[in-house]
Design a protein around this ligand. Structure first.
Ligand code: TZP
Ligand code: MG
Length: 212
């Protein structure tokens, strides 16, 4: 696995609640217009069919911008809509099981919460690692302790698998996160809750470009 397999820098992770009552698909499209280059649809409370429908519609919109769509947690949805990837966390089915269920050709991203998670042999099969959370965030409160920039740097030295930092990533800490070794940043509220999601995405991209 090397950087060529993961050319993405600005990863939108969706959260309907973070859209503050605005239309979900409008927010998604604005984010794409602003320069998001990878999207994960993350739904925790929809029925399987509703998740499927929403993911299909999101995939159609992402395709117009040539941006891959990853499905969080749910391999059935990922498989049914032929998603571009599946993202799983430490409390989901293991990566080997997920790969067996989903079939070949759909890569799997994995959240790492501690350095110990890296010791698991199967972690090496991940497409990328979510560094979760890089900073504590009100958006997801049931997380383990934050990695911080130092933890991110240690992880960078320990693996060549692409690293995506998630958790309270804002425009003003983006450069330091990239400089600490993240290949990409993943953002929920910084884009979904922004007054102008397209402008917010554009600002994140500018920060990323300034870091390199
Ligand atoms: N996983 C770890 S932190 C997080 C997820 C899904 C939420 C990040 O949200 P925000 O609003 O970008 O801090
Ligand atoms: Mg999960």
């Amino acid at each position: 696995m090397n950087k060529r397999d993961f050319p993405f820098r600005l990863y939108l992770v969706t959260d309907e609640a973070a859209c503050l009552g605005r239309d979900f698909f409008w927010v998604l499209e604005q984010a794409l217009k602003g320069g998001v280059d990878l999207v994960q649809i993350r739904e925790k409370s929809l029925s399987l069919t509703d998740f499927m429908d929403k993911a299909l519609r999101a995939k159609a919109i992402c395709s117009q911008y040539n941006v891959p769509l990853i499905v969080n947690d749910n391999w059935q949805v990922a498989k049914a809509i032929q998603a571009d990837g599946l993202h799983i966390g430490q409390s989901d089915a293991g990566i080997q099981e997920a790969k067996l269920l989903i079939g070949p050709g759909i890569p799997v991203g994995l959240s790492l919460e501690t350095m110990d998670d890296l010791e698991d042999e199967s972690a090496k099969e991940a497409w990328y690692f979510g560094v979760s959370p890089v900073f504590r965030t009100p958006t997801k409160q049931d997380t383990r302790s934050e990695w911080g920039l130092e933890g991110l740097q240690r992880l960078r030295s320990a693996t060549s698998i692409p690293l995506v930092a998630i958790g309270n990533v804002k425009e003003d800490n983006t450069q330091s996160i990239i400089n600490a070794g993240a290949d990409a940043i993943a953002v929920v509220s910084g884009i979904c809750s922004a007054p102008d999601p397209a402008k917010a995405a554009e600002n994140f991209r500018n920060q990323i470009e300034k870091a390199v």
